[in-house]
Structure formats: structure tokens, C-alpha cells
Design a protein around this ligand. Structure first.
Ligand SMILES: Cc1cc2nc3c(=O)[nH]c(=O)nc-3n(C[C@H](O)[C@H](O)[C@H](O)COP(=O)(O)OP(=O)(O)OC[C@H]3O[C@@H](n4cnc5c(N)ncnc54)[C@H](O)[C@@H]3O)c2cc1C
Length: 97
């Protein structure tokens, strides 16, 4: 590719074993089961390479969808509790979402 010829002076191979998730047969169903469990808890989401694709674009898209879903959930939750923010409980920063 670079057009260089000759024997390398030094080489190093780094193997990132287990660096990427290897999806097993039934992965989509497993992810749906996990996500349906997660959806039962308002404010909780799950995303990342373990779920919807290992490449960075897939991770970013997955995170975007999950963040949008969480925003909707929190908005709906706030609406159904009549805007009573204390019903949602404080988060770790002591601030209601
Ligand atoms: C060597 C390598 C090269 C790659 N090259 C490419 C590439 O060129 N292009 C591409 O599209 N994809 C590439 N990928 C894939 C892509 O980078 C990953 O799949 C993606 O970054 C995974 O994103 P993630 O958010 O799921 O996990 P991560 O990016 O691993 O993020 C998880 C985060 O959680 C943190 N964490 C872990 N445990 C805890 C804990 N207990 N408490 C708090 N925080 C915690 C970690 O520190 C980390 O910051 C590569 C992956 C590897 C390993």
C-alpha cells in the first residue's frame, strides 16, 4: 500500500482478544428480552456493542434511539404523575430528572 520494500526492523502484533462481542444464535431475541425487562423501569436504558451492532456508527445510533426513548419515557412519567417530580425520585446528583 505504501510502496515500501524490505524487511521490517521491528514488528509487534497486539491481539485484542474478546475485544468485540461475538453474537450467538438467537441474539436478536435475547436483546429484545433484555430490553423489554429494561423498559419496565422508567429512566433505565441499555445500549452499546453488546446489543445492536459492534461498529461505532451502530453504537452511536443505538445510543441515540435509547436516549430518545428514555426522554419520552421520562416526559410521559412526569405527565402521568401530574408533574409531581418527587414521584420520580431524585437521581444520584440529588436532582429530579
Ligand atoms: C481494538 C478495537 C478496534 C476497533 N476499531 C473500530 C473501528 O475502527 N471502527 C468501528 O466502528 N469500531 C471499532 N471497534 C468497535 C467499537 O470501538 C466498539 O464496539 C465500541 O466502542 C463499543 O462501544 P460501547 O459503548 O458498547 O463500549 P465501550 O466503548 O467499551 O464503552 C464502555 C465504557 O464503560 C466503561 N465501564 C466499563 N465498566 C464500567 C463500570 N463498572 N463502571 C463504569 N464504567 C464502566 C468503560 O471504561 C468504557 O468507557 C473497535 C474495537 C476494538 C476493541
Amino acid at each position: 500500500m505504501t510502496g515500501l520494500r524490505g524487511t521490517p526492523v521491528e514488528t509487534r502484533v497486539t491481539r485484542w482478544t474478546d475485544g468485540l462481542p461475538q453474537y450467538a444464535v438467537g441474539h436478536a431475541d435475547r436483546v429484545e428480552r433484555i430490553r423489554s425487562g429494561v423498559r419496565r423501569h422508567p429512566g433505565l436504558g441499555a445500549c452499546g456493542a453488546a446489543y445492536g451492532g459492534v461498529g461505532i456508527p451502530a453504537c452511536v445510533a443505538d445510543a441515540g434511539h435509547e436516549a430518545a426513548r428514555l426522554a419520552d419515557t421520562l416526559t410521559d412519567h412526569s405527565r402521568t404523575t401530574g408533574g409531581d417530580q418527587s414521584a420520580a425520585g431524585p437521581n444520584q446528583q440529588g436532582v429530579n430528572p
